[in-house]
Write a protein that binds this ligand. Structure first.
Ligand code: PFF
Length: 448
C-alpha cells in the first residue's frame, strides 16, 4: 500500500508550522522576552534559532525524509540496525508524555472558549475573582477531565483521518485563520490607551538582564517552540515529497514560528499593560490575567472568543503532530490499523493526562521534586528529555550518517544549487557548533 503523505509544499509547510506554533508561543514567549531584557533577549533567541535550532531542525528533516519511515525505523535503517534505533524509540515515547499533559491544557482552552462564548468574563469582577475561578476549575475533578477528553478526542479524530486528508487539511484551514486572529487582536491591542508600556516591556533592549540562565531559557524555549527533539519534525518530514526544498521548508517554519510569537506578544502585552497589570507567565497569564483584561476592554467579549479560539487551534495543530509520531510507529512497525493505533494511544494518553489533570486537585498531595505530577512531566520533558533528544539527533546526523548522504538529501541529489553552496556551513554547524552549544548551554543552565 502506498504510504500517505503531504499533498503539496504549502500543506507540508503549514503542518510543520502548525506543530511549531502552539501554547509555547502564546504563553511563554512574551513573558520570557519581557523578563529577560526585551529586544536583547529577542536577539539572542533569533541567533540561537538560526545558528543552533535550524541545523537541528534540518537534521530531523534529513532523517525523516531520507528514510521515509517512522522515527524508530528511520534511526534503525539509517544506522544499519545499530543501537541508535533506541534513540528512535525514545523520540516516540517523549511526545506521548508531552501530549498527555498538553491535552490537559488544551482542555482548559476548550473550557475557557465555552466560557468566552457564554460571555462569562464580565467587567464586574476583581482580578482576584479570575484567579479564584481558574484555581477552582483546575482543582475540580470532572470539568477538567471532560475538557481533557474532548481535546484529546478532537486530536485523535484529526489524526485518524490521515496525513493528507486529516492533518494537512486541518492545518491548511486553521493556520491562516490563527495568524489572522492573532493579528486582529494585536492591532486592536495597540489602539488601547497605555499600550505603549507593553511594547516597551517587550521590545526595549536591556542587556544587563541577559544572564547564562536567560540564554539557557532562550534555547529551551526555541527547542520547545520548534518542536525539536520529539520526533515530530522527523515524522512530518517523512511525509514530505522528495522534490521539496528542505532548506526552504525549515527556514519558513522557523520564521513563521518567530513571527507568530512576536505577534502574539504584541497582542497580549500591550493589553495587559493598558490595564496596569503585571504580566505573569504560563497558565496565570492566559487563564487569570487575560480574562480580567477582556472584561475591562471595549468589545472584550468578542476579543475573548477570538483569543481562546486561537489558543485552542494553536494547541490542536501541535497536539496532532505529537500523536502522529507514535501512530506512524504502531502502524508501520507493529502492523496496527490506523484506527486501532489511534484508539490505543488515545487510551494511554488519556490515562496519563487524567493523572496530570487530577494532580491539581485530588492528587495534589503527590509531589515530586517540589511540584505536582503535571509540573514533573513538564519539567522532565521540556527541560531534559527534549534537549537530550535534540542532542542525540544532531550527533546522529553529524557523526553517524555519511556526509555524502546528508549532502544528497539536503540538495535533492545535487539539483538544488543554492543548498549545495551553503552545505559546508550547515555541515560545520551540525557537526560541531550545535552539539557543543547545546551541551554547554544545557550545563550552564543547570549550574546557574
Ligand atoms: N511547539 C509547540 C508549542 O510551542 O507549543 C509544542 C510542541 C509541539 C512540543 C510538538 C513538542 C512537539 F512534538
Amino acid at each position: 500500500m502506498k504510504r500517505d503523505g503531504f499533498g503539496s509544499r504549502f500543506g507540508a509547510l503549514v503542518a510543520m508550522a502548525g506543530s511549531a506554533v502552539g501554547l509555547g508561543n502564546l504563553w511563554r514567549f512574551p513573558y520570557l522576552v519581557g523578563e529577560n531584557g526585551g529586544a536583547a533577549f529577542i536577539i539572542v533567541y533569533i541567533i540561537l534559532c538560526f545558528l543552533i535550532c535550524l541545523p537541528i531542525f534540518i537534521s530531523e528533516f534529513v532523517i525523516g525524509r531520507r528514510s521515509q519511515k517512522n522515527a524508530f525505523a528511520a534511526f534503525r535503517d539509517l544506522s544499519e540496525g545499530s543501537a541508535w534505533r533506541w534513540v528512535g524509540l525514545f523520540t516516540i515515547i517523549v511526545p506521548l508524555i508531552v501530549l498527555s499533559y498538553y491535552s490537559v491544557i488544551g482542555g482548559w482552552s476548550v473550557d475557557y472558549l465555552l466560557k468566552a462564548l457564554t460571555f462569562s468574563f464580565t467587567g464586574g469582577e476583581s482580578q482576584s475573582a479570575f484567579s479564584t475561578m481558574f484555581t477552582g476549575f483546575v482543582s475540580s475533578t470532572w470539568g477538567p477531565l471532560a475538557a481533557h477528553t474532548a481535546f484529546l478526542l478532537a486530536t485523535t479524530l484529526i489524526v485518524v483521518i490521515g496525513i493528507k486528508d486529516g492533518i494537512e487539511k486541518f492545518s491548511k484551514v486553521m493556520m491562516p485563520l490563527l495568524f489572522l486572529i492573532v493579528l486582529v487582536i494585536a492591532v486592536y491591542s495597540l489602539t488601547l490607551p497605555g499600550a505603549k508600556a507593553g511594547l516597551e516591556y517587550l521590545f526595549s533592549p536591556d542587556f544587563s538582564k541577559l544572564t547564562g540562565k536567560s540564554v539557557a531559557s532562550a534555547l529551551g524555549q526555541a527547542f520547545f517552540s520548534l518542536s525539536l527533539g520529539f520526533g515530530t519534525i522527523m515524522t512530518y518530514a517523512s511525509y514530505v515529497s522528495k522534490k521539496d526544498n528542505m532548506m526552504f521548508q525549515s527556514t519558513a517554519t522557523a520564521v513563521s514560528d518567530l513571527m507568530f510569537a512576536l505577534i502574539a506578544g504584541t497582542a497580549i502585552m500591550p493589553a495587559v499593560f493598558a490595564f496596569g497589570i503585571n504580566p505573569q507567565s504560563g497558565p496565570g497569564l492566559v487563564f487569570e490575567t487575560l480574562p480580567y483584561v477582556f472584561g475591562q476592554m471595549p468589545a472584550g467579549g468578542v476579543i475573548a472568543i477570538l483569543f481562546f479560539l486561537a489558543l485552542l487551534v494553536a494547541a490542536l495543530t501541535s497536539s496532532i503532530s505529537m500523536l502522529e509520531v507514535a501512530v506512524a510507529y504502531l502502524v508501520e512497525e507493529k502492523k496496527f490499523s490506523r484506527v486501532s493505533a489511534c484508539v490505543v494511544l488515545f487510551v494511554l494518553c488519556w490515562i496519563v493526562g487524567a493523572v496530570c489533570s487530577l494532580s491539581f486537585g485530588p492528587l495534589s498531595n503527590i509531589q515530586i521534586g517540589g511540584g505536582n505530577l503535571f509540573d514533573f512531566f513538564d519539567n522532565l520533558t521540556s527541560n531534559i528529555l527534549m534537549t537530550l533528544g535534540s542532542l542525540l539527533t544532531v550527533i546522529f546526523v553529524g557523526w553517524r550518517l555519511k556526509k555524502t548522504d546528508v549532502y544528497d538529501e539536503f540538495t535533492n541529489g545535487g539539483t538544488l544549487s543554492r543548498n549545495a553552496k551553503i552545505f559546508g556551513v550547515l555541515w560545520f554547524l551540525i557537526r560541531y557548533i550545535a552539539p557543543l552549544a547545546v551541551l554547554s548551554i544545557f550545563i550552564s543552565g543547570l549550574i546557574a
